[in-house]
Design a protein around this ligand. Structure first.
Ligand code: AMW
Length: 150
């Protein structure tokens, strides 16, 4: 089975629900909200500025498509779309990735708390394997999403 490179991580094809010419989208092992997924360039590039124009175009076209599908699938009514570009911005995986997070009324008491959660959800003390979803759960979610793109 093919695998994908996501920074230091090797991602199984079962967790990837969309591949385009230059990008791919995967489910998250530790979602901040239901439907929190990631869209990445296929090429392992650390910073947003390092992407070629065709990669930026593909990444954002793919993000637009993915965002629309996950918002509807997870019964969201809005979206937070975010890139943590560099370690001081909270980036832990050295491979550009766009966070797509379906939003709904009341999901956070303070709306912008989602950014605090995003910043800390995968930091050392918060991010241990016991808190990750199982491969099976991620595989099921990716399979459901994959159908929505075919
Ligand atoms: W960053 O803090 O670098 O902006 O976000 C990294 C994201 O990647 C986090 O949401 C984290 O949960 C997710 N993640 C890290 N490793 C994996 C993996 N192997 N499979 C799925 N998601 C992952």
């Amino acid at each position: 089975m093919a695998t994908f490179r996501f920074g230091q991580h090797i991602i199984k094809a079962s967790a990837v629900f969309l591949q385009t010419e230059l990008s791919f989208a995967l489910v998250n092992r530790k979602p901040v909200v239901p439907g929190h997924v990631l869209v990445c360039p296929l090429r392992q590039v650390e910073r947003f500025r390092d992407l070629r124009p065709d990669e930026v175009a593909d990444l954002f076209k793919t993000t637009q498509m993915v965002a629309d599908v996950v918002e509807k699938h997870f019964q969201g009514t809005s979206l937070t779309i975010s890139i943590q570009d560099g370690p001081e911005a909270g980036q832990t995986v050295k491979h550009v990735h766009v966070h797509v997070l379906p939003r709904r009324a009341g999901d956070f008491q303070r709306n912008d708390s989602i950014y605090d959660e995003l910043q800390k959800h995968d930091k050392e003390d918060e991010d241990n394997p016991a808190k990750w979803r199982t491969e099976e759960e991620m595989g099921r979610e990716a399979a459901d999403l994959r159908k929505l793109f075919s």
